[in-house]
Design a protein around this ligand. Sequence first.
Ligand code: ADE
Ligand code: ZN
Ligand code: ZN
Length: 249
Amino acid sequence: MRSLIILLLTSTLLLGWGKTGHRVIGKIAEENLSPMAKEQITLLLGHSDLARVGNWADEIKSDPQWDHSHDWHYCTIEEGQGYQGPESGGRAVQKVTEFTNLLKKGILGKKDQTDVLRFVIHLVADLHQPLHVGNGTDRGGNDVKVSWFKEETNLHRVWDSHLIDHMQYSYTEYAQQIQLGLTQEQKTNLLNPDIMSFVNESRSVHDRVYDIGDGKLSWKYVYKNQELLEDRLLKAGYHLAAILNDIYE
Ligand code: ADE
Ligand code: ZN
Ligand code: ZN
């Protein structure tokens, strides 16, 4: 029983953004797909949109067939260094690059294409969660124990879920709120498919993310980080759309 509880607890540690985060990002991306990308993606996903399939890569983690995908959801950039590759920990950058190239070549059968597409949709989103670009010392903040309005948790989960759930928006409401007031020019500038630029940006905000004082996080942490959270979600949506538009040019 004890080992079952430990298994259940540890199995939740590696998830990316929580369900709402992936849906918000998927919804924003969906609204910014080119007609060509939309058509090709619909051929693969049928009656699902990006918001719906965004969580698939986390849902399959409990299937032993996908055990090898567990380190695809994050990467590591050690303090004071540039990105050194998957040897530092985590294959997200490698997999997004590999999978976008595979989709561009169009050589996979339909089933593999669908799986690879669903991974791209998920992993691009994960790489915008600042703690999915870890520093190599604390498993992306999973080892940093904090409290969230008195509930015991860790810093990674605060960024995957607690901050987002605190807003109490549905995913469609949040996707809409986050995009309010954006000009066409701002939207166009956000459509950047360069992977390393958003990976480095996730890592560059760690000083703010790790500014946790005594670790008792509540209103003040929300107040200080809401803008950053929404900026990461917004950029994730647009960058994902740009990557998909680029694949299906
Ligand atoms: N395990 C090790 N590093 C991690 C990270 N940055 N995110 C999620 N899980 C991890
Ligand atoms: Zn996570
Ligand atoms: Zn993930």
